[in-house]
Design a protein around this ligand. Structure first.
Ligand SMILES: C[S@@+](CC[C@H](N)C(=O)[O-])C[C@H]1O[C@@H](n2cnc3c(N)ncnc32)[C@H](O)[C@@H]1O
Length: 302
């Protein structure tokens, strides 16, 4: 995927505001050199340019390194059987799907996302399909289409009420007896100032960046789901934790850089203050025992 030249700037100082007259017909809007979606009804704060693709791919590699597999639901046999249909909701760059399609060449995989950051068609196996769409309009498949429906890192970056609607849609398109999996990530900020600012900035926009505080509670209430299973992995941050810790420091630096534009512009945090808090945070990652967690909640549709 190639970025378009970003010689245009979104007029508003707030990249989150809905499109202005000039950009209403454009697929993207640009803010301080980063490219964002341009859907007026979507409050998704992260960019969708090449740098974001890099961040998402690093995130995928970290998850692979930590979990040593791509999912926790007991669907291995089903996926091997060759009859399974799998849906990845908010699939981003589609790396999870490409990995899975290689492992299960007989199964059929569909990825949906509003941003066209899918892999190059020449890299896409014939059992994987991508659709560009806005989840706010619902998932465009009939009831009970899929055997396995997954979302990864969706809850922690979309407006919580919308996420609840997406989950209901995920349940609707899953077959009875099929599995649903919610694969999330959260940074334990231990009162770390910068991480706290990021969390509260997201919260102010209706986004809960701590999925462990809302996902299980919501799933337990869904009557169409049976027992909700849970697995998690702690991921250390900082040089003390070797290669993984260093990967995490790079990944968090990329996250912090990504939301800096938003925190400093839209949320009126001072640029210098942000940078110095970031330096503090980096020091802290290397000196104290900070960690992130990756969670998987999975359940069978009754
Ligand atoms: C943090 S990324 C995670 C991507 C992928 N699941 C992964 O784990 O690499 C969240 C994804 O959700 C997508 N998304 C957010 N809101 C959406 C909406 N309303 N409709 C479709 N996709 C949406 C974004 O475009 C983005 O690709």
């Amino acid at each position: 995927m190639k970025d378009e030249p970003s010689n245009r700037n979104f007029n508003s100082s707030d990249p989150l505001k809905s499109a202005d007259v000039d950009s209403i017909l454009d697929s993207f809007r640009y803010f301080k050199g980063r490219r964002y979606h341009n859907l007026a009804d979507v409050t998704y704060l992260l960019p969708n340019d090449d740098k974001e693709v890099e961040r998402l791919n690093l995130q995928h590699n970290i998850f692979k390194f930590v979990w040593k597999n791509n999912f926790s639901s007991p669907v291995h046999e089903l996926l091997k059987s060759g009859k399974a249909k799998i849906l990845d909701v908010g699939c981003g760059t589609g790396y999870w799907l490409l990995d899975m399609a290689k492992e299960y060449p007989q199964a059929l995989f569909v990825g949906i996302d509003m941003s066209p950051i899918f892999p190059d068609i020449k890299d896409v196996p014939t059992n994987v399909f991508f659709l560009q769409l806005n989840l706010n309009d619902g998932i465009p498949f009939p009831n009970e289409t899929f055997d396995f429906v997954i979302q990864r890192c969706l809850c922690n970056c979309v407006v919580y009420e919308k996420w609840e609607f997406y989950v209901k849609e995920m349940i609707r398109v899953a077959k009875h007896g099929g599995w649903l999996e919610f694969f999330e990530f959260s940074i334990d900020h231990n009162d770390q100032q910068l991480m706290k600012s990021v969390s509260s900035g997201f919260k102010a926009k209706g986004i809960n960046s701590r999925p462990e505080t809302c996902v299980p509670q919501f799933l337990e209430k869904c009557q169409e789901l049976s027992k909700v299973h849970y697995e998690n992995n702690y991921i250390p941050i900082g040089d003390r934790a070797g290669q993984l810790g260093a990967m995490m420091t790079t990944y968090i630096s990329m996250n912090v850089e990504t939301v800096k534009l938003l925190l400093t512009s839209a949320w009126e945090l001072d640029d210098d203050e942000y940078d110095s808090r970031f330096e503090e945070a980096k020091l802290e990652f290397n000196t104290s025992k900070n960690y992130a967690q990756s969670f998987r909640w999975f359940s069978r549709k009754i």
